[in-house]
Design a protein around this ligand. Sequence first.
Ligand code: UN1
Length: 438
Amino acid sequence: MVAAEKAFPNWRDTPAPKRAEFLFKIRDLLIKNKDRLARLEVKEMGKVYKEAAGDVQEAIDIFEYMAGEGRRLFGRTTPSELKNKFNATIRIPIGIVGLITPWNFPIAIPSWKIAPALICGNAIVFKPSSDTPLCAVELVKIIEKAGLPKGVLNLVTGSGSRVGNPIIKHSKINGLSFTGSRDTGKFIRENAGLKKVNLELGSKNAIIIMEDANLQLALDGVLWGAFGTTGQRCTAASRVIIHEKVFSKFQTMLVNKARKLKLGNGLSKATDIGPLINKAALEKSYRYVDIGKQEGAKLLCGGEGVKGKGFFFKPTIFTNVSPSSRLAQEEIFGPILALIKIKNFEEAISVCNEVKYGLSSAIYTENMQYAFRAINQLEFGITYINSSTIGAEVHLPFGGTKDTGWGKEAGWSLDEFSEEKAVYIDFSGKLQKAQGIE
Ligand code: UN1
């Protein structure tokens, strides 16, 4: 804290294009270290190498994008209601911001927050997940190597209760950006006082497959969305809402493929799916299999771990899932998929929307009317047409509706990390009163 406080004024006063030079350097160093970081990530949290490399790429992209903001960071001008008066806005930093990040994208998500926080001129206290401290240390080392002035970025590792709590409650921290569980998000809102808070919480994402969909395309999208990153993305698809005319055909295609996915070491090219992050996650997956069975859903494949082999859990598919059941309502964060049958487009949309979350959604259809109606009617921060629910690009808004949280991450997060301040310049040489006062 003391280091951040000391460093802030100087960083704030550094012109944004100069701040950007550090971001460009960080980008270059990330490119140089991409393979090393991706390997570390596989070892530390288990995702497969090509996805880990994708994670590092997202970090490269956001540093590049935000470095470009150094020469934009636009304010606005607008006419005054009075003569000889000039009105404009500029962006000023919030001050010291606390960044609390998860383990599932241990390089990308911290970067989504650090890059915009830096370009806006904030000082940072960064607490990564206690499941992935090594990735955080390596990322911060790279940022240090780029020459960022001391104290501008401060890494604090440790648990939520010992490190997260004091950050959330600290009176000198003016802004918080958190990605993680809904419960922690709620805790933050209740304990952060009047800080500016950006929350990216859970979701219960769905892929809709209409009767006219290209089923082969949809199959690839469902496998990728449901089982990529072992289902541990907040954008992961955990419901597939399928038109009754193609339901049984698609179900057979899906189960055949899911059974063939290979679990294993993420550094091996043959591996499709790595392990879950930890024991608690494994137990949670088992728990939801029990819940699904108790609720009367039918288990088609998976439903168990791999004996004697760490935290692996087989790709799991339930059918005959009721849209209101816990299996179809609650975020699991594991490779467990619920298939739901619907009769028409209207039902598809209402089933898709009837969850408390709203991050990512997708529809497979060749019908332009379905596609455009879905774009308007799906209550999610992201909608994909004929593509899966995962794989956002950093320069689009990332964030959701309802309990998914508040604000936007990545490329659209300048508003989260700055205040747009109003500036009035009166050059009339006399006291002029706005609001019609003579
Ligand atoms: C997350 O899982 O918390 O678009 C966010 C995607 C990823 C999501 C990361 N970039 O699927």
